[in-house]
Ligand binder design. Sequence first.
Ligand SMILES: C[S@@+](CC[C@H](N)C(=O)[O-])C[C@H]1O[C@@H](n2cnc3c(N)ncnc32)[C@H](O)[C@@H]1O
Length: 203
Amino acid sequence: MLPAHQNIYFFSKYQNFKFFPIYTSYSETTNIDQILQRRTRDEHNKSVYELDENGDFKYGDKKKGVPLTDVWEIPYLNPKAKERVGYPTQKPLLLLERIIQLTTEKGDRILDPFCGSGTTCVAAKLLEREFIGIDKSSEAVELSLSRLNNPVKTSSNLLKNGRKSYLNADKYALALLKGIDFNPVQRNKGIDAILVDMKIVQY
Ligand SMILES: C[S@@+](CC[C@H](N)C(=O)[O-])C[C@H]1O[C@@H](n2cnc3c(N)ncnc32)[C@H](O)[C@@H]1O
């Protein structure tokens, strides 16, 4: 199978490490009533909705959302992204920002002893943390310094608008391609049909 993920290992020397959950939106299939209505246990210890003296549902406290899971979708930096500085192993700022937000508070100090193009330092600066970056390559250090002077972050349209926003090929184009051996590539406008023998037909 084509590898499409990378693992991040999280270690702490101490038991009382910092960890601040990030909350995300509820999914489209979440039952809103179920999360808003407060629950209690009945005489058989069964979980039931709590009712007030008038028999109406009692509502719970403000909901924070769903804690971030351990599967993160962070798109690769596209080759034309403004954030790209040409460092071969450059990581997206979004990734480093998330790690920093989960594990540190404003004013904490972050060390990246292999900072490369300085992504960790830039993320730390944007999030008002102190930081130390080290790299054996003077080119990497210079690049990091220039990025720190002018931090550029690309926002991902995929994350902003969702995958479904790309699935808007017009039905007429799809109908024309019926019966042809092709893989559709859906875009913001129209559709590109990649024929199995690799010719591209554009509608
Ligand atoms: C994977 S890159 C880091 C990329 C970085 N995360 C970014 O977003 O650009 C690893 C870096 O470690 C540096 N490096 C390797 N061995 C090192 C060492 N012994 N001391 C300091 N830096 C080292 C390399 O020069 C390289 O820039």
